[in-house]
Design a protein around this ligand. Structure first.
Ligand code: COA
Ligand code: MG
Length: 332
């Protein structure tokens, strides 16, 4: 039986995986692009919050089995998520529907996968926390494959990995390489990295500050490695969820650094984050005009040309096209 899947309501046009900062090249296999500007956690054990999902405008909704759920509620959370998926009681139209499992080392991950991945409706994405090594991914792949059994799933389920310790950061290229390699034959397809800042701070003994200066190196490194493997990069949570000005500053900073989105914990954070991770009206106008000018020059058989005083070459054209694609695929 073909499984129904929760997908973002996008057209089928194939675009580059990451936002406009990540340029597509002909050598990179392209796949359906799923925007994840705001990645919102909804505790899997909290039915009241789960029922709010249709009214939430975050690009990506993560029904959480992990740290947003008390240890005593783990079974309840995974069963409730399964119920949500089986009954279709929640409409995910226009959103990336994801589930965050518990980590490989937690002893809970296999049961999470068995419960969630045998549901009538499968999530379009899964989040795997606290990834530390390629060996863990090998284990994850085996259990993931076994939990899916021989169901037909259509498009592969996207995998997002959390990096939240010193060991994980050191092993990051190896982890990404392994995930990309496994994606070639597995029924998951790695799509992004998330920076788990609070666990990372605890691991390295850093103290969180509002400027997050103690995390600068880790954030820059994570973005760099993510982009080297053509993955999305999702920035840290701004935990002081009532401070919207601070959230705006940090979201704009993350976007400038190359992140493609940000984790959020409260519905009140979504609009600010999605705005920060969307190109400005001026940038969109620039992109549209540039593409038009390019096409006109192509017709006349001209290659490089000058636009608004700048020489335009292929990377700038691709950047402009990515902006146009991205804007066409997000709601607000
Ligand atoms: N998902 C869906 N709805 C949410 C939500 C979330 N993450 N956070 C808050 N809401 C809802 C609340 O239920 C409330 O609606 P209600 O009044 O009809 O019940 C409304 O939004 C306003 O919420 P508010 O009263 O301001 O906050 P709260 O005290 O209910 O919840 C938190 C605050 C931080 C506990 C909550 O936002 C939360 O659980 N966030 C996720 C935390 C998490 O997953 N952490 C792990 C990942 S880092
Ligand atoms: Mg964490």
């Amino acid at each position: 039986m073909n499984k129904i899947r929760c997908f973002v309501a996008l057209t089928k046009g194939q675009v580059n995986r990451s936002l406009y900062a990540n340029l597509s090249t002909s050598s990179v296999a392209q796949k359906r692009y799923i925007p994840r500007r705001a990645v919102l956690y909804v505790p899997g054990s909290d039915e009241r919050k789960l029922k709010k999902i249709p009214s939430l405008s975050a690009d990506c909704i993560v029904m959480d089995c992990e740290d947003g759920v008390a240890l005593s509620k783990k079974t309840e959370a995974r069963n409730l998520i399964r119920h949500v998926l089986d009954t279709g009681m929640i409409d995910f139209t226009g959103k990336d529907c994801s589930v965050r499992f518990n980590s490989v080392d937690s002893g809970l991950c296999e049961e999470d996968m068995q419960t969630v991945l045998s549901a009538k409706v499968l999530p379009s994405t899964v989040h795997l926390p606290k990834v530390e090594s390629g060996d863990q991914l090998q284990w994850f792949n085996e259990k993931f494959t076994s939990a899916l059994g021989n169901q037909e799933i259509g498009e592969k389920i996207r995998l997002i990995m959390f990096i939240e310790s010193a060991q994980a950061l050191i092993n990051l290229p190896e982890i990404c390489k392994k995930a990309v390699e496994l994606s070639k034959t597995s029924r998951f397809d790695v799509d992004g990295l998330v920076f788990g800042s609070d666990d990372f701070c605890a691991d390295i003994g850093a103290t969180r500050t509002s400027s997050a200066e103690e995390l600068l190196y880790a954030r820059q490194y994570l973005v760099t490695v993510a982009k080297a493997f053509r993955l999305q990069a999702v920035d840290l949570v701004y935990i002081d969820y009532k401070d919207l000005e601070g959230l705006k500053v940090q979201s704009e900073e993350g976007c400038r650094m190359g992140f493609t989105g940000k984790q959020v914990i409260h519905p009140g954070q979504v609009t600010i984050v999605q705005k920060a991770y969307s190109p400005s009206e001026e940038k969109v106008a620039w992109a549209n005009e540039l593409v038009k000018a390019f096409e006109e020059h192509q017709k006349e058989g001209k290659g490089a040309f000058t636009f608004r005083g700048h020489m335009i070459d292929m990377p700038l054209l691709l950047q402009a096209k990515n902006i146009i694609e991205m804007v066409s695929k997000v709601k607000c």
